[in-house]
Ligand binder design. Structure first.
Ligand code: NAP
Length: 485
């Protein structure tokens, strides 16, 4: 009988790892359950491939995974292989860290015409997410329009103007390198519905646009200027981000015209009102309404459409207007906010009462905001609730708890179950193929190939016999633990 408490963290992205680390620090056994055979969530499938330094944070997660009380179970879909009732029957605490994968919609006519895509899908496609690998994009046009003024909008705009040599040194999926390298797009128009001081993107990301090798950045001097309401507000208490963004934008606006083949045009105070389709039903343009800003009762500056509109012709539209969480079977969902219903991380029912032993963390807790590091603080907050509940005797009392029996149960439920060594097999294969081509890795993008690589006998690791996962595996095997230090 194991006296330690067992926690299940669902989702192996940044918030899942930070939560695992905090729980391990406080003596829990931690099982990290992940739908895919690979860990790291948006670090692998969301961060832009030309941002390898940001992806380096995975080393921190690798370190967490070396803990002797940590196990990884990849290939486990909650609601299919393991249901909510299974989890609460086996773990003292269950923490959902499933992120927010759906994209917000614009709610305007023409949004579903061919050639108008969610940026979130495009990001998954160029990052080699297995569920997006068969998507197709038509880059056979001169101009693309990106709707939204967040960091995702800047990521996708940048990716559209990188040339083949720039892409070829990244871990961009092969299919995306091939398609983007053949692209005819020369101009990317990024459209914000409010002004430059209200943009959600951050200054380092904005500044980085200025270093692109073959694209200049154009800012309309009229639109880049501040509206009177914002000028007043900045005078009162402008945010540091807004000031830095304005500085960078002013720099772009005053640059002499460059002789580049490509350009990114930053436009402001415009809302899309219709996506237009041309011959063959493909996107032919976006109708934009010019906005003015008005303070609402809470003091927030809202975009209010004027009667002035304009048409921007284009052959591709990417909607980068934010993400939204999806419900998890058996768990209360706050549909208005698109998050699991919670109070500072404790999952709550319709009456606001905390559910015993069930928690939430990351984007599915607070909504899709913040940078990777934000999830660390967020995990600490959620784990503080777990610890309070442990002290007060409010965790679950799972009748089937047991580290060994849980591993056997999962292996029986999921024939392709991937342990941490299985992930390392995938990782080694990808890095070896990357080495041959001067890239950090060449990603596997087909699920069957990923599961196949996970089963490979490791070349250099000592515990090769433990790589095969089957219901017969020894109950004391640590096949799901990390072996490297
Ligand atoms: P975001 O930062 O929330 O930006 C969403 C943008 O969409 C805002 O400009 C918003 O404008 C606009 N928008 C929303 N609804 C709209 C509508 N109906 N019509 C027109 N515009 C609309 O979301 P995100 O870009 O998806 O990024 C998500 C999070 O990931 C952010 O915290 C971001 O910083 C982070 N991220 C960071 C990096 C990085 O650090 N390099 C890279 C990618 C993502 P309003 O402000 O007017 O609502």
């Amino acid at each position: 009988m194991n006296a330690r408490l067992q926690a299940a963290v669902i989702g192996a992205g940044p918030s899942g790892f930070y939560t695992a680390a905090a729980l391990l620090d406080h003596g829990f056994d931690v099982d990290l359950l992940e739908r895919l055979p690979t860990p790291f969530g948006l670090v692998r499938y969301g961060v832009a491939p030309d941002h390898p330094k940001i992806k380096d944070v995975a080393r921190v997660y690798e370190k967490i995974a070396t803990h002797s009380r940590f196990r990884f179970f990849g290939g486990v879909t909650i609601g299919e292989a393991a249901a909510h009732h299974d989890l609460v029957a086996r773990y003292h605490a269950v923490i959902y860290a499933v992120g927010a994968a759906r994209n917000k919609r614009l709610g305007i006519p023409g949004e579903d015409v061919s050639g108008c895509h969610a940026a979130a899908d495009f990001v998954g496609w160029y990052n080699g997410h297995p569920s997006r690998r068969q998507d197709t994009y038509d880059f056979d046009c001169e101009r693309a329009v990106v709707i939204g003024n967040g960091n995702v909008a800047l990521d996708v705009a940048r990716m559209l103007v990188l040339d083949r040599p720039e892409l070829a040194v990244t871990d961009t999926a092969d299919h995306a390198i091939e398609a983007l390298a053949r692209s005819s797009i020369r101009e990317v128009v990024v459209v914000g519905r409010r002004g430059p001081a209200q943009a959600a993107f951050t200054a380092p990301e904005l500044r980085e646009l200025g270093d692109l090798s073959r694209a200049e950045i154009l800012v309309d001097s009229g639109e880049g200027a501040l509206d009177p309401v914002t000028t007043d507000l900045l005078g009162e208490a402008g945010s540091a981000t807004a000031r830095r963004n304005l500085e960078v934008l002013n720099g772009y606006a005053s640059r002499p015209k460059a002789q580049t083949s490509h350009r990114i045009v930053l436009r402001f105070m415009l809302s899309p009102t219709e996506i237009l389709a041309g011959a063959g039903g493909r996107v032919s343009g976006v109708r934009l309404a010019r906005n003015r800003l008005e303070r609402d009762r809470g003091g927030t500056l809202k975009a209010v459409p004027t009667r002035v509109d304009e048409l921007v012709s284009c052959g591709l539209v990417l909607r980068a207007v934010g993400y939204r969480g999806s419900p998890v079977a058996g768990v209360p969902f706050d549909d208005r906010r698109g998050v699991i219903a919670n109070d500072h991380g404790r999952i709550v029912d319709g009456e606001g009462r905390a559910r015993r032993g069930e928690y939430v963390v990351g984007w599915i807790k607070r909504g899709p905001t913040g940078v990777i590091g934000t999830n660390k603080k967020d995990a600490v907050e959620t784990v503080a609730q777990v610890l309070d509940d442990r002290a007060a005797g409010r965790l679950l009392a799972p009748p089937m708890a047991g580290r060994a029996t849980t591993a056997l149960w999962l292996a029986a439920r999921v024939p392709e179950l991937v342990g941490w060594n299985g992930w390392h097999n995938i990782d080694r294969r990808e890095r070896a193929e990357g080495d041959r081509t001067g890239r950090p890795r060449r990603k596997l993008v087909v699920l069957e190939e990923m599961f196949g690589a996970a089963r490979d006998a490791p070349v250099s690791e000592p515990r090769a016999s433990e790589q095969t996962v089957s219901p017969e595996l020894s109950a004391t095997s640590d096949v799901f633990r990390a072996t490297s230090a």
